[in-house]
Design a protein around this ligand. Structure first.
Ligand SMILES: Nc1ncnc2c1ncn2[C@@H]1O[C@H](COP(=O)(O)OP(=O)(O)O)[C@@H](O)[C@H]1O
Ligand SMILES: [Mg+2]
Length: 217
């Protein structure tokens, strides 16, 4: 972003930008500034989560309510990509987690599903398992190869750099944040995917006292 912003600033300084394309340049500068702010904030957030500097406030709540909120929140984006967004979960789905961080995890997963799926269907589902609650986000988008899925939880990783152009949420932080948050919850995250077939991300949150061991750094 800084390269773009600096380039435009220089163009303005030396009057190299024609008058009628100035509004466009300034709008671009504005977008890039916002993107930079997002990147910095996500990086800070990621570092904090990774270093166990965030406090999880875990409570028991009904996950289904959040899944429906999420659907209405992201419906517009889904419609833009011509994707159908469906929630499949029982009316009551108890979960033990930090509510805001749980929401963040699910938002990141659904945003990705929308980003990499056009004219498709995205199913957000939830169910109880033994001593825990399991959520899945399933899409029928472009999918990934085995080799690609190996690295997607690393910061900045993009399975295919050309995908960066496909939409928003392009910072490469989303899944790194998801994986750190899940780890801190003592839960787990899994991915099933095949090129051209789509992807399914499954996250598990365990009930109080059944969390998986969390290594302290
Ligand atoms: N639902 C999905 N379908 C296909 N590829 C995905 C999906 N979710 C994530 N990926 C791959 O994993 C990479 C990392 O995702 P993420 O950490 O959210 O970063 P970003 O969305 O900013 O690229 C993506 O760039 C993409 O290559
Ligand atoms: Mg993402």
């Amino acid at each position: 972003p800084l390269t773009t912003i600096n380039g435009i600033l220089e163009g303005l300084q030396y009057d190299a930008i024609p008058e009628d394309s100035k509004p466009k340049s300034i709008a671009l500068m504005q977008r890039e500034t916002k993107r930079l702010i997002r990147l910095v904030n996500e990086n800070l957030d990621y570092e904090k989560i990774r270093n166990n500097q965030i406090m999880l406030v875990k409570t028991n709540f009904n996950a289904t309510i959040i899944l429906h909120d999420l659907k209405s929140q992201l419906k517009q984006n889904a419609t833009k990509a011509n994707d159908e967004l469906v929630v499949e979960a029982p009316d009551q789905l108890p979960i033990y987690a930090d509510r805001d961080r749980f929401t963040q995890v699910m938002v990141n997963l659904v945003q990705n599903a929308i980003q990499f799926t056009h004219d498709g269907k995205i199913i957000i589902s939830g169910k109880r398992i033994e001593h825990g609650t399991q959520l899945s986000v399933k899409d029928n988008g472009i999918g990934m190869s085995k080799n690609q899925t190996k690295y997607i939880f690393e910061r900045f990783f993009k399975a295919d750099p050309s995908r960066a152009r496909m939409g928003t949420g392009e910072s490469g932080f989303g899944l790194a944040i998801v994986s750190s948050l899940i780890k801190q919850h003592g839960g787990k995250v899994e991915v099933f995917s095949a090129p051209g077939k789509g992807s399914t991300f499954t996250v598990t949150f365990y009930d109080k006292g059944y969390e998986q061991f969390v290594a302290k750094n």
